[in-house]
Design a protein around this ligand. Structure first.
Ligand code: HPA
Ligand code: MG
Length: 226
């Protein structure tokens, strides 16, 4: 029924939906590094909104995983900021409740992008021996999920180490046509299929030093192309 549809699209699982015709916020309304002037089209998710959504995701995660040791798998490089902020909020919740949960953070690296294009071959680094995942609640933390192909590959890899449970948190899910080979259990924002930067998301290693999530401009793409 209608309520179910509304809950699915705007509720816990799908995250906050940013529609294709959403023009974003004008850059003039926010502070951002002067060295990026002209390189961005608009702010699509302001930093404060990311933080507020992250706080809520932390609570959802604790409701689901908070009964057992957690191993956080942070997917580098783009995931470092979301992971750090998410872990921070989980720690705060754990502090403020009477049950504290031991939590480890492990870092892995996936590489599949050149310029703004996904390449076919996916490299997983730092994930060779993860036998410490056995019997643990595993939380994979990713900045962005596109087709879900990368996530599916990673999940298969992690499953082999026999964790108790695996959940995936993705800050952003892009609406792409071949979507949902696999969707995260926790989604921050569902966004249009445009190349975004900021909050640790890069374009050829640039823009990680930008707090807001922004849409890169055509001239920005040209300027930092390799
Ligand atoms: N921005 C940065 N990195 C990415 C993106 C994006 O939109 N999609 C996949 N990796
Ligand atoms: Mg990148």
């Amino acid at each position: 029924n209608m309520t179910d549809v509304a809950l699915q699209s705007g509720g816990r699982r799908g995250g906050i939906v940013i529609e294709d015709d959403w023009p974003g916020y004008s850059l003039d309304l926010f502070n951002y590094p002067a060295h990026y002037s002209g390189d961005l089209d608009c702010v699509i998710v302001p930093h404060g909104v990311i933080m507020d959504r992250t706080e809520r995701i932390a609570r959802n995660i604790m409701d689901d995983l908070g009964d057992h040791d957690i191993v956080v798998l942070c997917v580098l490089k783009g995931g470092y900021q979301f992971c750090a902020d998410l872990v921070d909020r989980i720690k705060a919740l754990s502090r403020n409740s009477n049950c504290t949960i031991p939590m480890r953070v492990h870092f892995i690296r996936l590489k599949s992008y050149l310029n703004d294009q996904s390449t076919e071959d996916l490299h997983i680094l730092g994930a060779e021996d993860m036998s410490f995942l056995a019997g643990k609640n595993v939380l994979i933390v990713e900045a962005i999920v596109g087709t879900g192909k990368t996530m599916k590959t990673l999940l298969k890899h992690v499953e082999a180490f026999k964790p108790k449970m695996i959940k995936v948190a993705g800050l952003l899910v892009k609406r792409v046509s071949q979507n949902s080979a696999c969707l995260p259990d926790y989604v921050g924002f569902e966004i249009p299929n445009r190349f975004v930067v900021g909050y640790a998301l890069d374009y050829n290693e640039y823009f990680r030093d930008l707090n807001h999530i922004c849409v890169i401009s055509e001239s920005g793409k040209m300027k930092y192309k390799i």
